[in-house]
Write a protein that binds this ligand. Sequence first.
Ligand code: C2E
Ligand code: MG
Ligand code: MG
Length: 688
Amino acid sequence: MDNKLNILVIDDDDVDRMSVRRFLKTAGFKLAITEASDGKQGLEILKESAFDCAFLDYFLPDSNGLEILKAARADGIETPIIMLTGHGDVRLAVEMMQAGATDYLPKGEMSAENLSHSLNHAIKVYKLEQERAEAIAELTESNKRIVNILESISDAFFALDEKGCTTYINQQAERILQANRDALLGNNLVENLPSIASWFKEAMEKALIEKASVSCEGEYELLSIWLEVQIYPGNDGISVYFRDITKRKKSEEYLSHLANYDALTDLPNRVLLMDRLTQALTRAPWHKRSVAVLFCDLDRFKIINDTLGHNVGDHLLKTIASRFQESIRAGDTVSRLGGDEFVILLTDLAKPEDVGKITQKIIDRISDPLMLEGHEVFVTASIGISIFPDDGGDPNVLLKQADVAMYCAKDKGKNNYQMYSPELEAQTADRLTLESALRRSFERDELRVHYQPQIDIQTNIIIGVEALVRWEHPERGMISPADFLPIAEETGLIATIDEWVLKTACEQNVQWRKLGLPPIRVAVNLSDQIFHKNNLVKLVRKILTETNLAADGLELELTEAVVMSDVEHSLKILNQLREMGIQLAIDDFGTGYSSLGYLKHYPIHTVKIDRSFVNDITTDSNDAAIVEAIIAMSHKLKLNVLAEGVETDEQQNYLIKSECDFMQGFLFSRPLAADDFTELLKGQSNKR
Ligand code: C2E
Ligand code: MG
Ligand code: MG
């Protein structure tokens, strides 16, 4: 590498030029010296080649050195230039330095030492100058890079000075804030961005005043977005980074909705219910209020779901969910625990004694008929109620108590409500033991069928018999169906029981016929669950074939609730059974929907008036009127009428007068074991 210094000496005086050369050599510099003897030539050479330094004489023949200096600088030449002057004029020195001289040296003071010092100084200054220039260039470059980065990062960014004026704002920030960069730059950001959220404003003020970093997030309501913000203080203001987290917030909201709401009905689920219950229990004492927990379970939902399919079942649950919601006040909660279990929370109850009324209203609303994909369906609900503070203050306990009370409502015949009381707990425990015993009753052969005669009301002749199931419990003795059928229904065992009773009763009737006794019909009760089983008709046909009983020897008893729950489906099955030659009766008439109007649509033979009306027929004129109306209407529709639960002669006489056809009741006979009934029937045939 050539490390010689490239020097230009512009001087008209040969001796002076020589002196410069000599002194610099003496000082030890390795040099390549170019010489010019006038200003014009010197300027040309300066323009053409690069020098490490130039010595420029002030007194030149064609012009003065100051002009050449100015011309060179004006031309962008940055070479260090040391002015050589004849004398040390301070004013001139200042003028030369201002014009861009690197240094100046009076010719009288020229020495190896001075020249070398001056040259070294000039080169050093030049180098520093160059480095500074390079640094500035580099800084501009890196500023550009920073700006590029700020523009391309996904974060939005702006910077404010100490007064809150915008010094920079990137595209993202402009876009998210729907702001205009030109309007903001140099101006107070908050004042020029009216849409800014107050929490955002406060965070920036805090960072500016406290010179502390702040991070926060919040909703930007005017723009319907969520922002996450990070603010860092700097020497002269703050840098604000933020990003649009609306998507994340939405998915967080969605997830929290999933965790707290039931997917099918969009009602609060158990998690949210317990949360609200806990809150309600904390608040209630302050306002001297009660809270009621209503545990609601739909009756017969499983049957609808199984017969009409899950789509209809889902549709039903949604409809019921909105009925529940319609029945309560805005501050109360309807939640779905799963399946057909709903829990209603009545908070803020001023008078806890009102709960009964409210609950009855809910029950009535639920039982309004509803159309589901062309099917008219009736649904009812059983509801158990626990009350804070009467029944305790623990959310889980209250829910449990309401559940216990709900089971009690089911046992009491469904479509009603029960309030919790500690005695119910014992019943529940009892129920659980019974439930497992009932499951084993089949294997242990503990079920029996008893038979109660049905007689012609005028002649007292037995025309039929009703088969009634009994459970002969090894310790408890004979248990009545009222006590175990609700459990059998809950557990689904009922269909199996019915099938067994049907078969047993048919076999028994064949036995009686084989004994040569007068032929009678055996009436068998069918539960909801067996009636809505897909293969009922097939099952009945199979049993008739297996037992060899003629179809006219069998009557099937169905309640209004059973045949009205899905009218279309029921009609189809009833018609098929009737075509087979089987008799059909509507049991417990008057207790359910009591719709005489509906009767004419059903292919039935007999209406059985419920015992509760017969009971008071001679004392209650209302009941008497109802019974007479049922009889008249049924006869008009060419249906037979049987009165249930006839216990007295007065009742029988009244019924005879009202032209009732048949009766059944303790007056004539209690339900009897098969052998006892055989004797009764034999006695009757002997009398005839
Ligand atoms: P139900 O079909 O209405 O049967 C008549 C009920 O009235 C029988 O009660 C019978 O014992 C009772 N009863 C008859 N005459 C009188 C009377 O003069 N006074 C009083 N107080 N009661 C009388 P039970 O046997 O306790 O049966 C109750 C209910 O259980 C039946 O009412 C029926 O709905 C159901 N049930 C009985 N056996 C079966 C069965 O095998 N399957 C199904 N699904 N249900 C059955
Ligand atoms: Mg019956
Ligand atoms: Mg009955």
